[in-house]
Design a binder for this molecule. Structure first.
Ligand code: NDP
Length: 435
């Protein structure tokens, strides 16, 4: 903490992982020296991103790429464009990514990047100019065998397109340097759906292991972006009843649950019109809108799936969820629950699926996109979806088995996820020497 006094999100992520590793380190002290190395990124790149808006005014943002750990493969992790991005947030995300990527069983190291640029409210041309400027520096730090970025908050198909176009122009090579590409220029089918679908696949497995299922279960979802949209879609496929979505404007509640038709309005508002979700009540007369609220305190439900951002469920939210009947949490977003909220889940025997396991489907299909790029072929939707489902099942099994072996509480899948992910990376670091 002396080295980096202003990084609360990073410390929160490190503290959670290190605390849960204690039972492993007591049994296997050889891993203790790895801890000091694994919390230090291999490389941090920060750079100026200057661009010109539609009125001709110059702006300067800061770009980041944290190349955290390459013990098991090239750095891999998304880019986040949002006004609150800083080094602490990128480091927390990069640190989590190390273990998440290890859990997928695919050969990917951990990294993360982004900028404090806010795409909301910007024109397509402004976003394009920003992305081109961002890539005019980032290109020298990445490559298909070095570091392969992807999307995250504020970085979707549009931004990946602009970034890829600029990379290709500079290096004069068409190669798999980014994932989340368009399906007709090297992208994988199911990549847009992967994080949301994967989160529901994980939830199904976690419930099944505890003699429950998804059918007819009422689910609170937060967020209205990529992860939330496809989480709601998959919930509908499996017969659950998604009740809410939300964004920075507030929370939409559908008393009878979303249908596919109603979900299409969310896609239209957020992806085509790029407007706040408050617009939704124009389309659905049954819906209620609660300005500036999240979905956690008002509604009776069985399951909660936070899919918006970090620390969006605090202690009081978690208590309200328990009081309203929630029995399981699946984290689509990264680190959405505060440490206080997580404590409430465990005190009340709420099944808790932690982010690095539950939302690993996105990076898993990014890994599959890299494989398809290397092989120069494309798998069908069904093939990719089947692989995603299998990977999510395997991730749950790793969490389950590590929890059973090491944790005091065999249902502590958070400890399970951290230990299973850590073991794979730590073993590789030991074998590769002190570097
Ligand atoms: P998007 O930008 O597509 O969507 C983010 C959504 O969350 C938007 O609806 C946004 O609202 C809302 N949101 C963000 N911050 C807040 C806040 N402080 N309060 C209320 N709502 C908020 O991002 P993604 O869906 O891709 O990412 C969501 C989460 O999932 C992030 O934590 C990300 O790291 C994680 N994740 C994403 C993966 C992916 O494949 N995309 C993979 C693994 C994890 P608004 O539109 O108003 O800004």
């Amino acid at each position: 903490k002396k080295r980096d006094p202003d990084q609360p999100e990073f410390y929160q992520a490190v503290e959670e992982v290190c605390t849960t590793l204690i039972p492993l380190l007591e049994k296997e002290p050889k891993y203790i020296p790895i801890l000091e190395r694994i919390v230090e990124p291999e490389r941090v790149v920060m750079f100026r991103v200057a661009w010109v808006d539609d009125k001709g005014k110059e702006h300067v943002n800061r770009g980041y790429r944290v190349q955290f750990n390459s013990a098991i493969g090239p750095y891999k992790g998304g880019l986040r464009f949002r006004d609150n991005v800083n080094l602490s947030i990128i480091k927390f995300l990069g640190f989590e990514q190390i273990f998440k990527n290890a859990l997928t069983t695919l050969p990917m190291g951990g990294g993360k990047g982004g900028s404090d640029f806010e795409p909301k409210g910007k024109s397509d041309l402004e976003v394009m100019r920003f992305c081109q400027s961002f890539m005019s520096e980032l290109f020298r730090h990445i490559g298909p065998n070095t570091d392969v970025p992807a999307g995250d908050i504020g970085v979707g198909g549009r931004e990946i397109g602009f970034l890829f176009g600029m990379y290709k122009k500079i290096v004069n090579r068409f190669e798999g340097v980014l994932t989340g590409k368009g399906a007709n220029w090297g992208g994988s089918l199911i990549r847009p759906e992967a994080t949301g679908y994967g989160a529901v696949y994980f939830m199904e497995k976690m419930l099944a292991a505890n003699d429950m299922d998804m059918k007819g279960k009422k689910v609170l979802v937060s967020g209205a972006g990529n992860v939330a949209q496809y989480c709601v879609e998959k919930l509908l496929h499996v017969g659950a009843i998604p009740l809410t979505v939300s964004d920075t404007s507030g929370c939409v509640y559908e008393p009878e649950g979303f249908t596919h038709e109603k979900l299409a309005y969310v896609f239209k508002i957020k992806n085509e019109e790029r407007k706040p979700i408050s617009e939704y009540t124009k389309y659905s007369k049954e819906a209620q809108f609660f300005p500036k609220e999240n979905p956690w305190r008002r509604f009776k439900a069985d399951i909660a799936m936070p899919c918006a951002t970090q620390n969006e469920v605090d202690t009081e939210d978690a208590k309200a969820l328990v009081a309203n009947g929630v029995k399981a949490i699946g984290e689509g977003a990264n680190m959405p629950s505060t440490p206080g909220a997580i404590a409430v889940y465990f005190e009340n025997n709420v099944l808790y699926g932690p982010a690095k396991a539950v939302n690993a489907g996105g990076v898993a299909v990014s890994g599959l996109e890299m494989s398809q790029n290397s092989l120069r072929l494309s798998w069908t939707r069904e093939e990719v979806d089947a692989k995603l489902k299998k990977i999510m099942g395997d991730i749950f099994d790793s969490c389950f088995n590590a929890a059973k072996t090491y944790a005091k509480n065999p249902k502590d899948y958070m400890t399970g996820a951290n230990i299973a992910g850590f073991l794979k990376v730590a073993e590789a670091m030991l074998q590769q020497g002190v570097l």
